[in-house]
Design a binder for this molecule. Structure first.
Ligand code: PLP
Length: 492
């Protein structure tokens, strides 16, 4: 790259020479080529065999090397956290240690069948039981269901619990408060449960104030859904006072804990007043994601809400584990069998391997985000200039005068070898650029990312065209995103 700033010595990019075009397998190969040579059969073919061979599928004829290269090249078109920094805000694209994959792939786990009797599944049941205990320790909330398959699925389960709780109190409620800094899935989950979501503007410094919550809270409101840290990457400093306002009028606090990567082992969610919280095991607890699943969004609740959790629940009697369905107030089942077991094994392995270092992971995630924030705030507009948590949010305000927008800069980052950050989210910030470095990145990588962002800010002033044409180094240039969304081509 010729446009990197002077302090950068090495960028993991700069060559496109080894990214190959790749035809379909059917367009390759030649008659008679095959993956391996086996000796000529000395057994006579039976009529049945020749029939099958004669009408076999139209497979291409390829050598082993043809096949290996084909799939290796295709894999090189991909970008993942194993390639380079992936600072996608709100997504926690951190490195997932391979040891946790290894544990989930152990035949005893990968091959266990959910219909096996309890007596033959004691190991799996113990794992689920212990994982619940560990997550209770991390969150401070004592009762947990591991069933939900995603963060939003956890929210849905949480809203079902809200509804079941108020029904049990003898007075169903119909509204849920949702701040403008909550994740977009929150209002959708509330609506799916029949609640009307009431939008709530956050205060000037990007967080909630108890006064604003008090104005909207009433006896027909089931509670509030708070994303904490919120989608601006800020900690809700007033969460305790907000919780008091809600509780005083009989409401509940839902904590969207998808951003737990900032506060693991630091914030006790029960102490700050949260009644129901979901975790994203596929963000914080070592399941790779980004390809659409599988995931897990366990729901953690206070003792008072335990009766409403989904069934079945794993219980321990003496040294034996079993499933218990006998919870008449339960919201029922929310997933086939017991949830996505492989994801739960990864989380179990991750928690055990990290132990007290979970707290350190959060501290480093916060430190890294603040390092980026401080290093870039001169060149990118920072709408909320305060200590951030695991992610920081900039805008394209300083670049607007050069007719360069957030999208152009995100695309240009690919030319520097980085995955673009989250853009145009959260919606409350115009032209948002949301960066979440995670704890996985070392200082050299952070410095390279900062250098790339600074170089881009300089290009915006000096060579805006470069940005309008970006990206140029990846295999494909700028795509028409509207067309791609409207007319997806899914068949290759
Ligand atoms: C990712 C995320 C969700 C949704 O989680 P999914 O597993 O994608 O459904 C909800 N809330 C927040 C704050 C998130 O970051």
């Amino acid at each position: 790259m010729s446009h990197t700033s002077s302090e950068t010595t090495w960028m993991p990019t700069g060559t496109t020479g080894l990214i190959f075009n790749e035809p379909l397998l059917w367009e390759q190969g030649a008659e008679g080529r095959c993956g391996m040579s086996v000796p000529e059969s000395d057994v006579l073919m039976s009529p049945l065999d020749s029939e099958l061979v004669g009408d076999g599928p139209d497979w291409p004829n390829l050598s082993e090397l043809d096949v290996v290269r084909h799939f290796t090249r295709l894999s090189q078109w991909n970008f993942g956290v194993d390639s380079n920094m992936y600072p996608l805000g709100s997504c926690t694209m951190k490195y997932n240690p391979k040891i946790n994959e290894r544990q989930a792939a152990l035949p005893g786990f990968a091959g266990s069948h959910p219909l096996l009797p309890e007596s033959l599944s004691q190991g799996a049941l113990k794992l689920l039981y212990d994982l619940e205990r560990y997550l209770a320790e991390v969150t401070g909330l004592p009762a947990i269901s591991l069933q939900p398959a995603a963060g939003s699925h956890g929210e849905l389960t949480g809203m079902l619990i809200f509804a079941a709780y108020h029904k049990a109190q003898g007075k169903p409620r119909h509204k849920v408060l949702i701040p403008d800094t909550a994740h977009g899935t929150n209002p959708a989950s509330a609506a799916l449960c029949g609640f009307k979501s009431i939008p709530l503007a956050s205060g000037e410094d990007g967080i909630l104030t108890p006064e604003m919550v008090d104005e909207l809270m009433d006896e027909d409101t089931a509670g509030i859904m708070i994303t904490n840290p919120n989608t601006l990457g800020l900690f809700e400093n007033n969460i305790k006072e907000v919780a008091e306002v809600i509780h005083a009028k009989g409401g509940l606090i839902y904590g969207d804990g998808a951003n737990m990567n900032a506060v693991m082992g630091i914030v006790n969610m029960a102490d700050v007043g949260v009644d129901v919280l979901h975790l994203n095991l596929h963000k914080t607890f070592s399941t790779p994601h980004g390809g659409g699943g599988p995931g897990a969004g366990p729901v953690c609740v206070t003792e008072a809400l335990r009766p409403f959790l989904p069934v079945p629940r794993v219980v321990k009697e003496g040294d034996t584990y079993r499933w218990d369905e006998d919870y008449p107030q339960s919201v029922g089942k929310v997933h086939a069998f017991y949830g996505n077991f492989g994801v739960l094994v990864r989380a179990y392995s991750y928690v055990l391997s990290m132990g007290p270092f979970l707290k350190k992971a959060s501290q480093l995630a916060v430190l890294n985000a603040n390092y980026i924030k401080e290093s870039l705030k001169e060149v990118f507009h920072l709408p909320f200039d305060r200590v951030c948590m695991h992610e920081c949010v900039f805008t394209d305000k300083y670049q607007e005068q050069h007719k360069v927008a957030t999208l152009d800069m995100a695309k240009r980052l690919m030319d520097y070898g980085f995955h673009p950050p989250t853009v145009y989210f959260p919606l409350v910030v115009h032209g948002a650029i949301m960066i979440e470095p995670t704890e996985s990145e070392n200082k050299e990588t952070l410095d390279r990312f900062i250098a790339a962002m600074r170089a881009i800010a300089e290009e915006a002033r000096e060579h805006p065209d470069l940005l309008h044409q970006a990206p140029r180094n990846p295999k494909l240039g700028r795509l028409d995103e509207t067309l791609a969304a409207r007319k997806p081509c899914l068949c290759g």
